[in-house]
Design a protein around this ligand. Structure first.
Ligand code: FES
Length: 169
């Protein structure tokens, strides 16, 4: 039996929207408490013809594993062209379902994509003095708390990941 579905392997072998974005509208940076892996997700927001704010472009960079890469690749393909509200409605479970499930030990890896998107939107709203919804605030506070815990638990790894990320600029 294969550990990962065909859909997971498709996104892992050929991930979509990987890389850094110049002048993003918002940046999300989140980490995984279990393994210390970090994810960066960038969004470019523009208004469409109807005046709705849509995610025109999205990119990500991660130090995470197969599921983190595949999951985020899938999410980026789902949110491009969507309004912010539509994008935020996508849950981790939706991604896992599209993959036909992921191994139980990899469930924590599948959190990074949606958490990073929430943080990118939070960053965008903050920069533009927009009202932050209660749900987004809760999600941000959780990511912030986890970020601090990761820095204590995986100090050396996180510092190394941040240095590599800085050097790539
Ligand atoms: Fe770190 Fe999967 S083991 S993201």
């Amino acid at each position: 039996m294969n550990l990962y579905s065909k859909e997971v392997m498709k996104h892992f072998k050929k991930p979509q929207n990987v890389g850094k974005m110049e002048n993003p509208s918002g940046t999300g940076k989140v980490g995984n408490l279990k393994c210390g892996d970090i994810m960066y997700l960038y969004i470019k927001v523009k208004k469409d013809k109807k005046g709705r704010e849509v995610i025109k472009d999205v990119k990500f960079e991660t130090f995470g594993c197969t599921i983190a890469i595949a999951n985020t690749s899938l999410l980026t393909t789902m949110i491009k062209g969507k309004t912010i509200d539509q994008a935020l409605k996508i849950k981790r479970e939706d991604l896992v379902k599209r993959f036909g499930g992921v191994p139980f030990v990899k469930i924590h890896c599948s959190m990074l994509a949606v958490d990073a998107l929430s943080e990118a939107v939070y960053d965008y709203f903050k920069k533009n003095n927009r009202r932050i919804t209660k749900d987004l605030k809760i999600r941000h506070e959780s990511s912030e708390r986890i970020g601090k815990e990761i820095k204590e638990k995986h100090k050396e790894l996180v510092e190394l990941e941040e240095k590599i990320h800085e050097d790539k600029k």
